[in-house]
Design a protein around this ligand. Structure first.
Ligand SMILES: Cc1cc2nc3c(=O)[nH]c(=O)nc-3n(C[C@H](O)[C@H](O)[C@H](O)COP(=O)(O)O)c2cc1C
Length: 190
């Protein structure tokens, strides 16, 4: 585990969250755990309560899982293939109540995705979100309509020993985590 080296204490779910590449190969998840992930996402806040998030998911060992994995960039595919679950988050581009562009749809999908990530961690499951995938192929394979955009794939599973990864990935897995300083990202206005 690589807990964040925080300046001040924060909630353990936040400090202990990170994005591993080493997953116990295809370990089966209980159905109620899977449901709880989407339930957590469902209760995220959203602009106008639009709830612009939609999810597709596939379980390791199924043909659907392989099709999802094939949408990933090769560098992601190589480790994500061991996840128990692959999830694809989608954003609805427009508001349902007036048909206008929803400029915050991706923001809200991000909030729902993080809710899922934290719910997963509370059950001992780790998530790794990925922007590295072929968007056009994903839209085609999963028949995503024009009003939706694929946002991220999320690999979910139990962590495995990093030494089971190919050497280059093991090095990245064990590298120190870094963040911009608080001074760089926060400014008090007066
Ligand atoms: C929207 C999004 C897209 C990401 N895409 C990828 C990706 O394609 N491949 C990858 O290895 N990691 C990806 N990551 C993981 C980030 O690299 C990771 O969150 C970041 O380095 C911070 O590390 P941490 O999550 O362990 O704190 C992505 C994360 C997010 C939130």
């Amino acid at each position: 585990m690589k807990p964040a080296d925080t300046d001040v204490p924060i909630h353990s779910l936040l400090s202990e969250r990170w994005s591993p590449r080493s997953f116990c190969q295809g370990k089966r998840l209980a159905d109620d755990i899977i449901t709880s992930l989407f339930e957590a996402a469902r209760w995220a806040p959203s602009s106008f309560n639009e709830q612009p998030w939609r999810y597709l998911y596939a379980i390791h060992g199924t043909e659907a899982f392989d099709r999802m994995n094939e949408c990933l960039n090769p560098t992601n595919r190589v480790w994500a293939v061991n996840a128990s679950l692959l999830v694809l988050s989608l954003a609805k581009n427009t508001f349902t109540h007036n048909g206008k562009e929803n400029r915050h749809s991706w923001h809200d999908v991000g909030a729902a995705d993080l809710s899922m990530v934290l719910q997963a961690l509370s059950a001992g499951l780790y998530c790794h979100q990925m922007a590295g995938f072929d968007k056009e192929k994903t839209k085609e394979i999963f028949e995503i309509s024009e009003d939706f955009q694929p946002v991220t794939f999320i690999a979910i599973g139990y962590r495995d020993d990093p030494s089971n990864l190919p050497e280059q990935l093991e090095i990245r897995e064990l590298a120190p985590r870094s963040r911009k300083s608080l001074e760089e990202i926060v400014r008090k206005v007066e």
